[in-house]
Every structure is written in C-alpha cells, then in structure tokens.
Design a protein around this ligand. Structure first.
Ligand code: BDR
Ligand code: CA
Length: 314
C-alpha cells in the first residue's frame, strides 16, 4: 500500500490525478496540500474539497492550504487558457461542507512525516514550494519521507512555458533546486514522458458509454474538464482530439514504475538566466558536476499508461 500526500495546484490534470489516486486500491491518500500555479491557492483548495465530495469517500481526507506565492518573485496569475476560469475548465461542482485544516501545508507535511517516519510518498503535481518550505522547517525531511514523485521538468524535449522549461519547475525554480539539493529519493516525471501519454476523445467517449453507474458522476466530470483541455491542446499543439497526461502519470509511476524507463542523473535547476530559468540541468559527462542524483523518466509505455488511467474509472 502506498501511503501518500498529494501536493497540487488544481488544475484540470491535477483533478484527474486526484480522482485516479482516490479510485486506486494500491494507494491511500493521507492528505492533500495545495499551492498556487494553474489557479490561486484558494481556488485550488476549494477545487480539492469539491473533488473529494464528488468522489463520495467513506472517510475524510485532510486538506491543507499552502503557498500563494513562489519562494522568490510573484505568482503569474491563473492559466485560464489551459485550465479554465476556475482551474477545472469552468465545470461547476457542488460545494463541500469540509473545511481546510488550520495548519499550513508545509506544517502538515512536516507533522505527517514525523508521525509516520519512512512511510509516506509525497506526490507533487505543482510547484515544489510547499515541500521546500517543509524542508526549511524540518531539514531531516528527506530521511522522514519514503520518497517523492514529482510531475515536473523536461530533459531532452521542449519546454512548455519556455523553449527549455516546464511549468511546475519554471514556476518556482528555487524550490525545485532546494528539494533536489536536500537529497530526497526523488523521481521526476517530466514532459519527456507526459507528452507521449495521450488521452484520446475516442477513449473518453468509450468510457462515457460503458462506465458503471457508480462511476457515472465522476466520468461526467472527467468528460467536462477534458473537453476544455482537449480544446486547449487542439489550438496550442495542433493535437487533434487528444491531450497529454501530465499529473496523472506521476500517480501512475508511483504505483507502477515499470511503465517508464528510468535513469539516475546528477541534476540541478537553472535558477538564473533570461532564456533558461527553470531548466532541468543534468550532467551526463563521465566526470559530472557535483550534484545529487535524481531519477528521471525518459521513455514510457504511453498507451498502456493511458488505458490504465481511464479503465480505472470504468
Ligand atoms: C504541469 O503544469 C500544469 O499546468 C499541470 O497541472 C501540470 O502539473 C504540466 O507542465
Ligand atoms: Ca499540476
């Protein structure tokens, strides 16, 4: 059983990842923490609470609100063209009676790690700000958590917020670099693999036509948000009726690392520069620079991953 804290900036694909994790028997979600990114931290938190209500669980999952700004600089504002006016494609979910904890996300991560040493997998689906803040409060955190799986970065492919940088890393490069330097057992699930894992409209329609009654409301939600997402990728990437699987792939890799080819490489994040800020820098020279080894996903069984994702909602 993977006991996890999911840290997210909910976000269309974050929401799909959360619902997927909640539906998987191999995972127990111990808490969800939120930050700014795709949308404001308040909106991200409200979205998580609404998603938990939609999932109709028999137990309550604590939700802790986190950083509203990156470690340095300021948040750029919501990415409406990708994630809609409310972060979840304009889909209106019923509000929840559940309130977020009084505890900030970074405190929650530290407390949970201390209470469950060596047990927790932290899955980050947004900027690594909350994890970096938690690390500042508890420098032993890399020893207290089992591992970290992060959607973020790109090694060999193109970036998505600049020619070389991916949004979650570019949104807070200092946080990502601090997390890397701390020496977590860290796996980065970047655009090299998420762009090669695609949800197609055809598969979505099949799911909609054949899902069980118990999944109907969740599948209707997926259909609504992914309709928005497909529209963005159609105009942005000339992707005709298919879209990448970013955040859910991090959850899939946490469950089944066999879906990807992994390589450990000495890694830093470029925190300066006009064109390269937020780039993941790996050193493949035999005499490499002095940096912690991070596990990167370089290839993926994309069809299998996408089918595993969608069939979970049948
Ligand atoms: C990442 O950026 C956000 O838009 C997505 O939610 C995902 O976490 C992809 O670059
Ligand atoms: Ca995200």
């Amino acid at each position: 059983m993977i006991r996890t804290i999911i840290d997210c900036d909910t976000g269309i694909d974050d929401s799909v990842a959360i619902l997927f994790a909640l539906r998987r028997p191999e995972i127990h979600v111990e808490g969800i923490t939120t930050g700014c990114g795709n949308t404001s931290v308040d909106q991200a938190t409200d979205n998580v609470l609404r998603l938990l209500k939609l999932a109709e669980l028999s137990y309550e999952i604590p939700v802790a609100k986190g950083a509203g700004q990156p470690l340095e600089g300021t948040w750029d504002g919501p990415v409406v063209r990708v994630h809609g006016p409310n972060g979840i494609g304009g889909v209106e979910l019923p509000s929840s009676e559940q309130c977020p904890l009084d505890e900030p996300a970074s405190d929650f991560i530290v407390r949970m790690a201390r209470e469950n040493p060596g047990e927790l997998t932290v899955i980050t689906l947004g900027r690594m700000t909350n994890l970096a803040l938690a690390l500042q409060k508890e420098p032993m955190l890399p020893k207290l958590v089992k591992n970290v799986v992060s959607m973020g970065g790109v090694i060999y492919g193109a970036g998505n917020t600049s020619p070389v940088a991916e949004a979650n890393i570019a949104g807070d490069p200092e946080a990502a670099d601090q997390v890397i330097m701390a020496g977590f057992d860290l796996t980065m699930v970047g655009l090299d693999v998420t762009m090669k894992t695609r949800i197609t409209r055809q598969r979505l329609e099949f799911l909609r036509a054949h899902c069980s009654a118990s999944n109907r409301r969740v599948v209707d939600y997926l259909h609504g948000v992914l309709e928005y997402y497909l529209g963005y990728y159609r105009t942005q990437d000339f992707a005709f009726d298919h879209c990448p699987v970013h955040d859910p792939l991090a959850v899939l890799v946490a469950i089944d690392p066999g879906l990807v080819s992994l390589k450990k490489l000495p890694t830093r994040i470029e925190c300066g520069g006009q064109y390269c800020r937020g780039k993941v820098v790996v050193d493949e020279r035999p005499h490499h620079f002095d940096a912690p080894f991070v596990t990167h996903c370089l290839a993926v069984a994309g069809d299998r991953a996408a089918e595993e994702l969608l069939s979970t909602f049948m």
